[in-house]
Ligand binder design. Structure first.
Ligand code: NAP
Length: 485
């Protein structure tokens, strides 16, 4: 068992004086991965104070000096990629190849922002006066609070922390309680790479105490949160009640749809939908959870979907050739079982899966079957609410306009996909769906770090995008300078 540590003022502490909680392997809950301290408000206040004190030094480092730390961190991660991937799988449950994907993405993010920060400063704007030189400066916000979920416990925090540090901010980071170990490793790597003390603080414990202190503490200058709509709304209210305006980025849930048209390749659609619906056990914000198919070919498509789903290998993510690991927690399992029952009650037809796996191989973990509901109508709750588990609803349509209406007829707006070979359909879809990311003949899961990402409607407050060059906008403020000469 790993003894978990937090980091405050650049020091790693076991915080023996605090209550500790256990982190279990979701593939085998008898295996305890780590124990971590539940910090109290006063500990988080100390962490915020330390980030505030470290700001002067870090923000005045030259971009190239910050870049060197990021590059060094990328090399350290590369040197222990396999070890980190195994830890991530043990803690979160996803197949090892998916964990490795998170590691590679983190390396790419470090190198992307490590280079970008040496280029992005501000711009020169021609003045209306002959004797005036006008330029803008990008300046860091100060102390940034970062609160993250468990489903991508390494690369998702990385896509917030890296642009924050690159632009000269200092950070207080609260990871999700069920996946703190891989986060601790990331913090260790940053310090090993030469980050000065206090620049990145790591605080574990409950959302209600540790998270709430970050949200309400007036010394925090900006906050980036990814998680559920419910918590996001609560944070939005609390940030609105602070004494001063504070920059807030909210990235929330999704209920992503893929539309297959009669001009699309059915086999391609099946491969991509199966991968995106069940790939990380349906626990990706970009997962496909609605498959919208033409009414007159629906039966053929459904049969192919079931046949392909049957071939998925379910098991411990550390084993070779696994397509789908366990759900991440008891809470996730309960939610899955709740929605399976709800779908049946609502009158949808359960055509595949719907059960927890309980034989000898699976009974110690949160393993479930990939699940397909047919005859789902757009007004059913299983077609509207985020389940965040391997459950897909099949819906039928007659015209593309109707399909687009179904895509848009929910409160979320994160990702939408279309499978078609008709450029006119591609155009109509791309222009009319209300989402932050459109995928054409591509799976809904899978994002590239140099591309802006974020949802609209209830999928996020959409003030700033994450990743890409655009992430720099959230973590910096622009000052305009008029210089007379
Ligand atoms: P969650 O329950 O909202 O928790 C997210 C984070 O917020 C965790 O660190 C949690 O801490 C913390 N938290 C909980 N209550 C809080 C409070 N009152 N104040 C401050 N912080 C609080 O979400 P989750 O179950 O971890 O993650 C799944 C959700 O994340 C899904 O809805 C998914 O769609 C969304 N997600 C969105 C994206 C995106 O980019 N749009 C990406 C990934 C995931 P504890 O763990 O200690 O409770």
């Amino acid at each position: 068992m790993i003894k978990g540590q937090v980091n405050i003022s650049g020091q790693f502490h076991g915080m023996e004086e605090r209550e500790h909680y256990l982190v279990r392997n979701p593939a085998n809950t008898e295996e305890i991965v780590a124990s971590f301290p539940k910090l109290k408000r006063e500990d988080v206040k100390t962490a915020i104070e330390s980030a505030k004190n470290a700001f002067k030094l870090w923000s005045t480092k030259k971009p190239v000096e910050r870049s060197q730390v990021l590059y060094k961190a990328s090399q350290i991660i590369e040197s222990k990629a396999e070890e980190l991937a195994i830890l991530l799988t043990k803690e979160e449950g996803k197949p090892i190849a998916d964990s490795m994907f998170e590691i590679i993405r983190t390396i790419n993010l470090l190198r992307f922002y490590g280079t970008l920060i040496t280029q992005e400063a501000g711009r020169v704007i021609p003045s209306q006066d002959n004797d005036t030189f006008i330029f803008t400066r990008r300046e860091p916000l100060g102390v940034v609070g970062i609160i993250t979920p468990w489903n991508f416990p390494l690369s998702l925090p990385a896509w917030k922390i890296i642009p924050a540090l690159a632009t000269g901010n200092t950070v207080v980071w609260k990871p999700a309680s069920i996946t703190p170990t891989i986060g601790m490793e990331l913090v260790k790597i940053f310090y090993e790479a030469g980050l000065p003390s206090g620049v990145l603080n790591y605080v574990t414990g409950s959302g209600n105490e540790v998270g709430d202190e970050i949200i309400t503490n007036e010394d925090v200058d900006g906050m980036s949160f990814t998680g559920s709509l419910e918590v996001g709304k609560d944070i939005n209210k609390k940030v609105g009640n602070r004494k001063r305006f504070t920059r807030l980025q909210l990235e929330l849930g999704g209920k992503n749809a893929v539309v297959l048209t009669k001009n699309g390749n059915i086999n391609l659609a099946i491969e991509q939908v199966v991968r995106s619906a069940f790939g990380v056990t349906g626990q990706a914000c970009t997962a496909t959870s609605r498959f919208i198919v033409p009414e007159d070919i629906a039966e053929t498509v459904l049969n192919k979907l079931i046949e392909r789903t049957k071939k998925l290998a379910i098991g411990n993510g550390l084993d070779k050739g696994i397509d789908m690991g366990p759900l991440a927690s008891q809470e996730q399992l309960d939610k899955y079982l709740y929605y399976v029952e709800l779908g049946k009650k609502e009158g949808a037809k359960l055509v595949y899966g719907g059960n927890r796996l309980v034989n000898e191989e699976f009974k110690r973990g949160y393993f479930v079957e990939p699940t397909i509901f047919d005859r789902v109508s757009p007004d059913m709750r299983i077609a509207k609410e985020e389940i965040f588990a391997p459950v897909i609803s099949v819906l039928k349509y007659k015209t593309l306009d109707e399909a687009i209406e179904i895509v848009n007829g929910i409160e979320y707006g994160l990702v939408a996909g279309i499978i078609t070979n008709d450029p006119k359909e591609m155009k109509a879809f791309m222009e009319n769906v209300k989402v932050g990311v459109v995928k054409i003949n591509k799976p809904t899961i899978g994002l590239e770090p140099w591309v802006p990402y974020g949802g609209v409607k209830s999928s996020g407050n959409d003030v700033y995008k994450e990743m890409g060059v655009e992430a720099i906008n959230f973590y910096t403020t622009i000052k305009a300078v008029y210089q007379g000469y």
